[in-house]
Design a protein around this ligand. Structure first.
Ligand SMILES: O=C(O)CCC(=O)C(=O)O
Ligand SMILES: [Fe+2]
Length: 310
């Protein structure tokens, strides 16, 4: 049995921003995960998104395949993705739907694919509403992350990260019944996220686990519990690069529990032209930058190529 992890709770609207930034710093250095409350996304909207996500995934597979993933937007069927190509498994036991930057925020917004209104009326507007609200929470959180790094609140804005960020909402469905197989099957195999931050909402069904020491053997996996009304926030690899590994992009996975599960992950990636480069405050002569500067768009493209290489 995995141990359960106690994660700190961060209040996005706390007037005491100094203490909040301090708590975020500790969480990001020690675990790379925390809960976020008072994020401004209403429970009612969250429930609507969940309901509409369920309706989409319950469509016949031929209907879902009409929107098969293009330009990293649209539908990915079961077992088509392997987040841990080294796992040697047939692929993750999940299906997903990606929504990228919206039309009214960037020129590339038109790349999104949407189910036909005759089949799922209101679907698009509900997803767009949710996307905008989570993006807003994420951008506000980025200012606190800057404070946590002893930078000016607008550091990441000035670096161009928050100007039309390349954010993706991913609806996820993990089927409950498990395929009879000799192989281990993961809902989502072990991985770290690619961007700055991820804001995750789940339907309350368990399965999410983190491994704090990825190089330690045997690996120790700890359960992350659902806390109603919160987002589970985690640091992604680009933030780890920016901070020279001070902030941790922690390995995580979803184990099948035999129960059907739905979740929504919002990946806040910087603007593709933003250069992710070791922060001056995070390196020194004795601790030089571990990674060269990289354009966020190039980094993301490379990571996605590996994930979908199979
Ligand atoms: O579904 C979850 O709880 C986590 C999903 C996840 O880690 C991901 O999509 O990157
Ligand atoms: Fe993830």
């Amino acid at each position: 049995m995995a141990e359960s992890l106690q994660l700190p709770i961060i209040d996005l609207i706390s007037p005491d921003r100094v203490s909040t930034a301090r708590a975020i710093r500790q969480a990001c250095v020690e675990v790379g995960f925390f809960y976020l409350i008072n994020h401004g996304v209403e429970e009612k909207l969250f429930k609507k998104v969940l309901e509409h996500s369920k309706t989409y995934f319950s469509l016949p597979v031929e209907e879902k395949m009409k929107l098969v993933r293009r330009n990293n937007r649209g539908y990915t069927p079961l077992y088509a993705e392997n987040l841990d190509p080294s796992s040697g498994t047939q692929g993750d036991s999940k299906e997903s739907f990606y929504i990228g930057p919206l039309e009214d925020s960037t020129a590339v917004g038109t790349l999104n694919q949407w189910p036909a209104v005759e089949i799922l009326p209101c679907w698009r507007s509900i997803m767009e509403d949710y996307y905008k609200r989570v993006l807003d929470a994420g951008i506000r959180l980025i200012s606190l992350i800057a404070l946590a790094l002893e930078l000016d609140e607008d550091f990441f804005h000035k670096a161009g990260a928050c100007d039309s960020p390349n954010a993706f909402l991913r609806l996820l469905h993990y089927p409950g019944e498990l395929q009879l197989s000799e192989q281990v099957v993961y809902g989502a195999s072990a991985h770290s996220d690619y961007g700055m931050l991820t804001l995750l909402a789940t339907d309350g069904v368990g399965g999410l686990q983190v491994c704090r020491e990825k190089f330690k053997r045997p690996q120790i996996w700890e359960d992350v519990h659902h806390l109603s009304g919160t987002f589970i926030v985690n640091i992604g690899d680009m933030m780890e690069r920016w901070t020279n590994c001070l902030f941790r992009s922690t390995l995580h996975r979803v184990m099948p529990t035999g129960q059907e599960r739905f979740s929504m992950a919002f990946f806040l990636e910087p603007n593709p032209d933003c250069v992710v480069e070791c922060l001056k405050s995070c390196c020194s002569d004795s601790s030089p930058p571990r990674y060269p500067p990289i354009r966020a768009g190039d980094y993301l493209e490379e990571r996605l190529k590996v994930t979908y290489a199979a």
